[in-house]
Design a protein around this ligand. Structure first.
Ligand code: ATP
Ligand code: MG
Length: 236
């Protein structure tokens, strides 16, 4: 059984159709990329997976539960890293982590382990308001991992990160995925997809243009980029 199953999902904002009857299955343990030009519907898709947005039609099942009928059953299964880091600027890094550990009902023992994992152990006592964007991004990843989610959902996690942070982030994702965590990420970087993901879906103006293994998406094209341009060529 797929761990994520989206069936005929449509999302409208007023009269604008952001997602048009999208169906997609993601198996447990896969690392899956959602690709597409600006405005294609990637963030909308991952926000519905995070139960932050309700589809206008269709269903989203996560770990066998309907995401909107039983959201409480699935919230503990997912960790979300989005543009909004969901961090408190006037709390220190460690205090932010402790706050979320309490919220998730998990012990504080993982706080320092995770701060170390994302290379922030020396900044644990700094106010998050003083952090750079990349440091906030690192802390946001650590926060999303506190409750050891089965599924990690990331919206453009590599955007704006320096080379070291990106390496740290790639290594963390790969390690989690190797250990069984299902990863769903959106990105504009195809090298990120080739390094981190086994499968992908390509959206264009709300419609699913392709999905499958990277080789399946490549098809007869020589590179993933050629295939992507062919699938989304009409955009902009
Ligand atoms: N809250 C909202 N209200 C109205 N329209 C929205 C809302 N959120 C998204 N949209 C529209 O839905 C479409 C898809 O937006 P979305 O943010 O999902 O795109 P995206 O693929 O993530 O793009 P990007 O690569 O720029 O992040 C866009 O046309 C956008 O304007
Ligand atoms: Mg987006």
């Amino acid at each position: 059984m797929p761990i994520i199953e989206i069936t005929d999902m449509t999302k409208k904002f007023g009269r604008h159709v952001a997602l048009d009857r999208v169906s997609l299955s993601i198996e447990e343990g896969e690392s899956f990329a959602i690709l597409g030009p600006n405005g294609a519907g990637k963030t909308t898709l991952v926000r519905t997976l995070s139960t932050l947005l309700k589809p206008s039609a269709g269903t989203v099942k996560i770990a066998g539960f309907d995401a909107f009928e039983e959201p409480e059953r699935i919230k503990k299964e997912i960790g979300v890293v989005s543009h909004n880091p969901f961090l408190y600027d006037d709390l220190k890094a460690r205090e932010n982590m402790a706050f979320y550990a309490d919220l998730y009902g998990v012990g504080h023992d993982r706080v320092d382990v995770l701060l170390k994992k994302v290379g922030l152990q020396e900044r644990a006592e700094s106010l998050v308001g003083e952090f750079s964007r990349g440091m906030k991004q690192r802390l946001s990843i650590a926060r999303a991992l506190l409750h050891e989610p089965k599924i990690l959902i990331l919206d453009e996690p590599g955007a704006g990160l320096d080379i070291q942070s990106k390496r740290m982030f790639y290594d963390t994702i790969k390690e989690l995925n190797r250990n069984g965590t299902t990863v769903v990420l959106t990105t504009h970087y195809l090298e990120e997809v080739e390094e981190l993901c086994q499968k992908a879906a390509v959206l264009d103006r709300g419609a699913l243009r392709a999905s499958g293994t990277l080789d399946e998406i490549k098809g007869s094209a020589t590179t993933l980029e050629d295939a992507y341009i062919k699938l989304t060529g009409g955009a902009i």
